[in-house]
Design a binder for this molecule. Structure first.
Ligand code: PMP
Length: 344
């Protein structure tokens, strides 16, 4: 492993080996020591760099990809950015089918990173030929040698974290980690990391973070898909309205649900108290720790590691906009809104 003060051949050499940073204030009223695995130190500013690089390199090893071939995925989020970045360095075409709900900023960002972006209508069902799932599938089928990342159903998503995030945390805590707390979207991060850590020490508690409006927690408890659990929510990146094949429910001990509102306030609190400008789901994961802490889940000597998946800059028009917070009804009063920011 190279250290950051050395010279690198390209940005991909900087994927992984992210720092573990102690939380000094936001969790200080609870027993135990808390550490954040700060994934925005990846070159694409999120944990998704790990899966993009891993899945593409596995395809190269199997001889599926050669220079000039195409990588396909259906995302406008962190994974799209990471795939675009890896494609530039390795000389692949990157095709992303995204929903027309995606913000113009995100689409511009992906195009800037060299991706070919197909904007597909958001209002059609998943099996409609115009949907972004079907468009991606068709491009993949038509292009020989293309790779479809398919992060929600790709076992390699789990393997990427089993081979990197898990061993890194084990080493960084010198084997003393007692709890892992991570948001679950595809489930790749929590499943791969937990699988590795539990192989080292089966007593490590693994806590997944889910959203109200998502089916994941209920499925974990009952192994039944309960449609009644599904309703719209605002946090992007955790929870789901389907059961992802990239989630290994057996390595997760418990799920905690968090609200949009409390997660948003906690994300802003991380910035103000720890000086870390991280994404909405970092707020959600820290909110889960607060809820568990209030219930006395942690004791002196515990070492709790929480995953902070991405950087705050991707949420400027959402959780870090006072106007957005007000529009959602997340400020109790005008005074609270004013107190959050210095008005000039
Ligand atoms: N936070 C953010 C911001 C994400 O984009 C994702 C990925 N959807 C997650 C958390 C959850 O990670 P995973 O997909 O590995 O469960």
């Amino acid at each position: 492993m190279k250290h950051r003060n050395q010279v690198f051949d390209n940005v991909l050499e900087l994927v992984g080996n992210t720092p573990l940073v102690k939380l000094n204030r936001i969790t200080s009223k609870f027993e135990g020591d808390f550490y954040a695995k700060v994934e925005c130190f990846n070159p694409g500013q999120s944990s998704k760099d790990r899966i993009a690089l891993y899945i593409i390199e596995e395809a190269e090893k199997k001889g599926i990809l050669k220079p000039g071939d195409t990588i396909v995925e259906t995302t406008s989020g962190n994974t799209g950015f990471s795939i675009a970045m890896v494609s530039i360095i390795k000389g692949y075409e990157c095709v992303l089918a995204v929903s027309s709900k995606s913000s113009p900023d995100k689409i511009d960002m992906l195009r800037t990173m060299g991706a070919k972006v197909y904007v597909c209508p958001a209002h059609v069902s998943a099996d409609d030929p115009r949907s972004y799932y079907q468009v991606a599938k068709r491009i993949h089928e038509e292009l020989k040698g293309s790779v479809y990342i398919n992060q929600y159903f790709n076992q390699l998503n789990i393997d990427a974290h089993y081979n990197s995030t898990g061993p890194e945390i084990w080493k960084q805590t010198e084997g003393e980690i007692t709890h892992l707390v991570a948001c679950s979207g595809t489930g790749g991060t929590i499943s791969g990391t937990a699988k590795y850590l539990k192989e080292q020490n089966p007593n490590i508690k693994v806590i997944g973070v889910d959203a109200f409006g998502s089916v994941i927690k209920k499925y974990h408890e009952t192994r039944e898909f309960d449609e009644k659990e599904i309703y719209p929510y605002r946090i992007e990146g955790l929870g789901k309205n389907l059961i992802p094949g990239a989630t290994d429910f057996d390595v997760i001990d418990q799920f905690v649900k968090v609200t949009d509102e409390e997660s948003a306030h906690t994300a802003r609190e991380i910035a103000r108290t720890e000086g870390m400008f991280v994404g909405y789901t970092s707020g959600a994961a820290t909110q889960a720790i607060k809820q568990l802490g209030e219930q006395g889940a942690f004791k002196k000597g515990d070492k709790i590691v929480v995953i902070y998946p991405d950087h705050g800059s991707r949420y400027m028009s959402k959780v870090y906009s006072d106007k957005w917070m007000s529009d959602q009804g997340f400020f109790d009063s005008q005074n609270e809104a004013a107190a959050q920011s210095i008005q000039y």
